[in-house]
Design a protein around this ligand. Structure first.
Ligand code: HMG
Ligand code: MG
Length: 299
C-alpha cells in the first residue's frame, strides 16, 4: 500500500524563478497582477522576487517595488544571495528570506561568484541574525543531484550541506534539481535520507523539468514523505547561470496530478490559468504545460 500525504503545500516560484531568466523585461505592473492572481488562486507561499545584483539579473531590478505589493498570503519569500541582498530585503520589511547556495563549487562560483564554503561562511552569521529577528529563513540548495559543470553530485555532499544549513538555524530547505537530471530513484533516495536525518526542518523538493522527469520525481519524493513542492505557473523558469536548465515543473500540472490522486492542494486551477494568461503575452517563450495547453482547447 502506497503511503501518500492527504495534503500538499505548493510553493509558487513563478514570479522569481519563472521570470528571472526571461530575456524581455516583464513590466512591474504585469508582475504585480500575476502575483495577485496567483494568490487569489489559493497560493499561500510564494517566491516574489530576489534581491540580487541588477547587473547580473536585470529582470529582478524591481524587487523593492514588487515586495511593496504585499499580497495577502501566508509567506512572501524573497531570495538573497549575500549580506547585501539580505539587508535590502530587510529594509523593505520582508519577513521570509531565502538564501541560496549550490552544492557544486563550480556552479556556486558562476551563480554567486564565491565558493560554496565562502557563501556558507558568509551566510551562517546572517542566518543567526535573521532568526533573532524572527524572520522565516529558507535555504535553497542548488545542484543537489547534478551540476552542469561537475556532473553527478554525491548524495552525501548534498546531505552534509543541508545539515550545515539546518545547524545554522534555517526553517526550511528547498532541495533543487537545478538542471532537471535526477531520476525517480535518486529523488526517492535523497529525500528519504533527508527526511530521516533532518526530521525537524520543512523539506521542499524543487524540480526543473528539463527532461520531463519532474512529475515522476515528485511522485517518488511523495513516497519518501515530502509534502512541500516548489512549482512555477506555466512551467516558467530556469537559472541564468546553469546552462541547460529550463523551466520548473508547472504548478498546474502538479496540482492536476495531485488532485486527481485525491491529495488536496487548495489551489483553483481555473484561476491559475488566468494568472498564466496575465503574464504569457509579454514572454518570449510559449507556455507548454499539458494542463494549460488543454485548457485552451476547451470550447
Ligand atoms: P559580485 O559582482 O561578485 O558582487 O556579484 P560584489 O560583492 O563584488 O559587488 C559588486 C557590486 O554589486 C557592488 O556594487 C555591490 O554593492 C553590488 P558597486 O559597488 O559596484 O556599485 N551587490 C549587490 N547589489 C544588489 N543586490 C545584491 C548585491 N550584492 C552585491 N545582493 C552577487 C555577487 C551575489 C551579487 C551576484 O553574483 C548575483 O547577484 N548573483 C545572483 C545570481 C542569481 O540571481 N541566480 C539565480 C537565482 S538562484 C536559482 O535560480 C536556483 C534556485 O532556483 C534553485 C535551483 O533551481 O537550483 C534557487
Ligand atoms: Mg530553480
Amino acid at each position: 500500500m502506497l503511503s501518500l500525504p492527504k495534503e500538499v503545500t505548493i510553493i509558487e516560484v513563478g514570479p522569481r524563478d519563472g521570470l528571472q531568466n526571461e530575456k524581455n523585461f516583464v513590466p512591474t505592473e504585469v508582475k504585480l497582477q500575476f502575483i495577485k492572481k496567483l494568490s487569489s488562486a489559493g497560493i499561500e507561499e510564494m517566491e516574489l522576487t530576489s534581491f540580487v545584483s541588477p547587473k547580473w539579473v536585470p529582470q529582478m531590478q524591481d524587487a523593492t517595488e514588487i515586495v511593496k505589493s504585499n499580497p495577502d498570503i501566508l509567506r512572501k519569500i524573497v531570495l538573497a544571495p549575500n549580506r547585501k541582498g539580505v539587508d535590502r530585503a530587510l529594509e523593505t520589511g520582508c519577513q521570509a528570506i531565502a538564501v541560496f547556495v549550490g552544492v557544486s563549487n563550480s556552479f556556486n562560483k558562476r551563480n554567486i561568484n564565491k565558493s560554496t564554503r565562502e557563501s556558507l561562511e558568509e551566510l551562517k552569521p546572517v542566518i543567526a541574525e535573521l532568526k533573532k529577528k524572527n524572520i522565516f529563513v529558507r535555504a535553497c540548495i542548488s545542484t543537489a543531484f547534478y551540476c552542469p559543470f561537475e556532473g553527478k553530485i554525491s548524495e552525501s555532499d548534498t546531505i552534509s550541506l543541508c545539515n550545515e544549513f539546518v545547524t545554522a538555524g534555517v526553517d526550511e530547505l528547498s532541495v533543487a534539481d537545478t538542471i532537471g537530471m535526477a531520476n525517480p530513484l535518486e529523488s526517492f533516495s535523497l529525500f528519504s535520507a533527508l527526511k530521516e536525518q533532518l526530521p525537524n526542518v520543512l523539506l521542499n523538493a524543487h524540480f526543473h523539468d528539463t527532461r520531463k522527469m519532474a512529475l515522476a520525481n515528485i511522485y517518488a519524493a511523495l513516497q519518501a514523505g515530502v509534502n512541500r513542492f516548489d512549482t512555477s505557473a506555466g512551467g516558467l523558469g530556469g537559472c541564468p547561470f546553469a546552462p541547460g536548465a529550463t523551466g520548473n515543473v508547472a504548478t498546474e500540472d502538479v496540482v492536476y496530478m495531485l488532485e486527481r490522486m485525491g491529495i488536496n492542494t487548495g489551489i483553483d486551477l481555473d484561476k491559475l490559468v488566468e494568472a498564466i494568461d496575465i503574464v504569457s503575452p509579454v514572454l518570449s517563450r510559449k507556455i507548454e504545460s499539458g494542463f494549460y495547453q488543454l485548457s485552451k482547447k476547451k470550447v
